[in-house]
Design a protein around this ligand. Structure first.
Ligand SMILES: *Cc1c(COP(=O)(O)O)cnc(C)c1O
Length: 389
């Protein structure tokens, strides 16, 4: 049998993150004392009232197919969230509930991009964006940013990258992996340019609620009706409500795009899990008092990690303003990021994600979605490792 793999699948890059992660897990299983900085998810439990709502839904038999784009109650609760928190008016029909924010991103790219289209992605990027673009047959165009600009693209950079083939610009503020947050002025300038050039924006706002230092959060869609017409907002329950395993995300799009995504979803995955959707309703309409507690804890860890990283000779690190990641610059050590991470895991049993996975070989990604005790232990080891080089 010739197991011919379709080009679209064969051309995907395998995930370096997963390679490091599975090695770390294997070492842990063998009884080794591994400190993991790889987590891309909160270390807090899903708030109880959300779990209760899903349990009650199961008990009540809410276990069947729902409309493929989500139950009306949840789509309305999401539309209300955009009105309340972002000043954005959407009809429930413009909201599509999906199996996670990742699925929402994929739906957007699949519904809007095809062969010959270019998609502009700032690096360091969330590693799935370029692979999704390739799956859609389109071409990723990477805009490199560095810690010198807090990993933000400038309008000049974006303008120079836009061609007649540009279909989509992917904006991820707050960013995974860098944790950087664009100011409202910076976002508006990028949005103005996309409106002028008639380029769609996919704005991945999943870390919206994880903000530090009083950074002002503004969606690119919210500057004018024209900005909203050029923007698809991707969001989800994974990060601010710690619901990564529930697979529940959503998007808000101009009507024609929402209709196209509805069709894609109805023929691929159908609806997201019925009782998870009831949990989603509880997440949006219930108390939000977990957030200030989580944020205070993340902020404490972030400050510690940021200071400790900068105290290590050969490492510099800009502070993050959002999400739960830091990306220390390791270029002064002379090691490439994959080599650095492999040796760090081998020698000191610390798992971090090499920046090469995010298109940025001078950096590592350190997640502080783990206890302060773990962070202290892991960064002490990192310190020892770098000094030994
Ligand atoms: C976590 C994350 C998502 C969505 O994750 P899901 O688990 O699929 O909801 C989307 N974008 C970024 C940048 C993320 O870090």
């Amino acid at each position: 049998m010739n197991y011919k793999i379709a080009h679209r699948a064969a051309s995907l890059s395998p995930s370096l993150t997963l390679a490091i992660d599975s090695k770390a897990k294997a070492m842990k299983a063998a009884g080794e004392d591994v400190v993991g900085f790889g987590a891309g998810e909160p270390d807090f439990d899903t708030p109880q009232h959300i779990k209760d709502a899903a349990s009650a839904a199961i008990a009540a038999g809410f276990t069947k197919y729902t409309p493929s784009s989500g139950i009306p109650e949840l789509r309305q609760a999401i539309a209300d969230k955009f009105q309340r928190e972002n000043g954005l008016t959407y009809k429930a029909s413009q909201i599509i509930v999906s199996n996670g924010g990742k699925h929402s991103c994929y739906n957007v790219i699949l519904a809007t991009c095809e062969e010959g289209d270019e998609v502009i992605i700032p690096s360091p990027y969330w590693l799935s964006y370029p692979e999704m673009v390739k799956l859609a047959g389109a071409t990723p165009v990477i805009l490199t940013t560095t810690d010198r600009t807090e990993f933000k693209v400038t309008p000049e950079q974006l303008r120079a990258a836009i061609t007649p083939r540009t279909r989509l610009f992917i904006l991820n503020s707050h960013s995974n992996p860098t944790g950087s947050v664009y100011t409202p002025d910076e976002i508006k300038a990028l949005g103005d340019l996309c409106v002028e050039k008639d380029v769609l924006i996919m704005s991945d706002e999943i870390y919206e609620h994880l903000t530090y230092d009083g950074a002002v959060v503004k969606s690119v869609a919210s500057f004018s009706p024209a900005h909203q017409e050029h923007t698809i907002i991707v969001h989800g329950f994974a990060k601010a409500w710690s619901m990564t395993g529930w697979r529940l995300g959503f998007l808000a799009a101009p009507e024609p795009i929402a209709r196209a995504i509805d069709a894609v979803q109805s023929h691929s995955t159908s609806n997201p899990c019925s009782f998870a959707q009831k949990g989603g309703v509880a997440a949006l309409t219930g108390p939000q008092d977990h957030l200030p507690r989580w944020l205070a804890e993340y902020a404490r860890r972030r400050t510690y990690a940021w200071q400790k990283l900068n105290s290590i000779p050969g490492i510099t690190c800009v502070n993050s303003k959002g999400a739960f990641y830091l990306v220390p610059n390791i270029s002064a050590t002379g090691l490439k990021s994959a080599d650095f991470c492999a040796r760090l895991l081998e020698k000191e049993k610390v798992a971090a994600v090499p920046g090469i996975a995010f298109g940025a070989d001078d950096y590592l990604r350190i997640s502080y979605a783990t206890s302060l005790a773990n962070i202290e232990k892991g960064l002490d080891r990192l310190d020892r490792f770098v000094r030994s080089l």
